[in-house]
Design a protein around this ligand. Structure first.
Ligand code: ADP
Ligand code: MG
Length: 329
């Protein structure tokens, strides 16, 4: 099938009734940003064998590609608006079968997150399936949440639970025995279909409760480090307060997994944020109304560096080397 008929059949329906996309009949889309608003732009690209396994239902691949980007927009306090889509499709995949399911996934998430397709490009690759999404969101002028606003004394919060996705991947890769019960299905699903955390950052904009925020993709400690470096501060984190799901805790107990290893696996797509102490109770009050759980995991301090403690207050030795963090214990 030619690129044009693919566009007709699969992409144009996703841009229907979205005027800026010009019905995908021009070389570019054209956006107007409402007065006093700014456009927030983010891109995340995913590849088979790196960010997804490759044998998933194409609808799930589409949703993951879109959701990792929506997660970035939401962490910045932006409202999702539009996205453009780059696809590198290997010759080994049946384009028609793949795109039919892939676009069903996109349509479901367009509805779920209020985002529309504005354009894209499709190329052929030799081997790898590549999906590149650029997502656009809007924020009131000057209000995009930064990594750089954390201040000494802030409380560090995390949404949801950490480590599920990493365990899910190990199950999918057969690196952990899969009894195919509700717990293992839950963990695998957390890897396959991230759940961007609604609007907690934008909802807390007006009480100015959040100083800095980031979504957790690299791993909770690696991403916290990004905030610390951008803000020129340090943090003290109680490892035992990092929230785990019942399924995650169950797997840690059953297989005697290291807590450090489980919580640093990444791909959680939770939101890590810092809040001045006097606003912490407000955050704890509002989060349940937004349908999000939040946990306090530590505090921002003046002195640079990330210090980890166990439940008894004993300092854990942690070789802090950025992405390649490693625990010494
Ligand atoms: P160009 O000649 O500029 O490369 P194309 O023929 O690639 O244009 O694309 C024609 C139209 O189809 C454009 O509006 C483009 O945005 C849209 N399009 C092409 N591929 C995709 C895709 N993967 N997703 C969404 N829109 C696409
Ligand atoms: Mg093109």
């Amino acid at each position: 099938m030619s690129e044009f008929s693919l566009i007709d059949k699969y992409f144009r329906p996703l841009a229907r009734d979205f005027a800026p996309a010009l019905d995908l009949r021009d070389d570019a889309a054209v956006f107007s940003v409402p007065p006093m608003q700014q456009l927030v732009v983010t891109k995340d690209m995913i590849a088979s064998g790196v960010h997804f396994i490759g044998n998933e239902d194409p609808a799930l691949i589409a949703q993951k590609a879109l959701r990792v980007n929506i997660s970035d927009l939401l962490a910045k306090g932006a409202a999702p608006y539009a996205y453009s889509l780059g696809i590198g499709l290997p010759d080994t995949i049946d384009a028609d079968a793949f795109l039919s399911s892939f676009c069903d996934g996109l349509l479901a998430d367009q509805k779920e997150f209020g985002i529309r397709l504005s354009g894209g490009d499709t190329i052929h690759t030799k081997k790898d399936l590549l999906i590149s999404v650029t997502a656009y969101g809007t924020v009131p002028q000057g209000q995009m949440m930064r990594r750089s606003g954390a201040r000494p004394g802030d409380v560090v919060f995390i949404t949801g639970t950490i480590g599920d996705s990493g365990l899910g991947l190990r199950l999918l890769q057969n690196k952990l025995a899969d009894s195919r019960n509700a717990e293992s299905e839950y963990l695998k699903n957390r890897y396959l279909l991230p759940q961007p955390r609604s609007r907690i950052v934008s909802s807390l904009r007006h009480p100015q409760a959040i100083h800095a925020a980031i979504d957790v993709s690299d791993g909770i400690l690696a991403d916290l480090n990004h905030i610390l470096q951008a803000s020129h501060v340090g943090a003290e984190i109680d490892l035992s307060t990092i929230p785990l799901s019942a399924a995650g805790q169950g797997f840690i107990n059953k297989y005697k997994l290291s807590l450090e290893e489980v919580v640093t696996a990444g791909d959680d797509y939770e939101i890590l944020f810092t809040v001045p102490e006097q606003k912490a109770d407000l955050v704890l009050g509002i989060a349940p109304q937004l349908g999000v759980s939040v946990s306090r995991i530590g505090r921002i301090v003046e002195r640079a560096g990330l210090n980890l403690f166990d439940a008894s207050g004993k300092k854990l030795q942690w070789a802090n080397t950025g992405y390649q963090h490693k625990f010494l214990s």
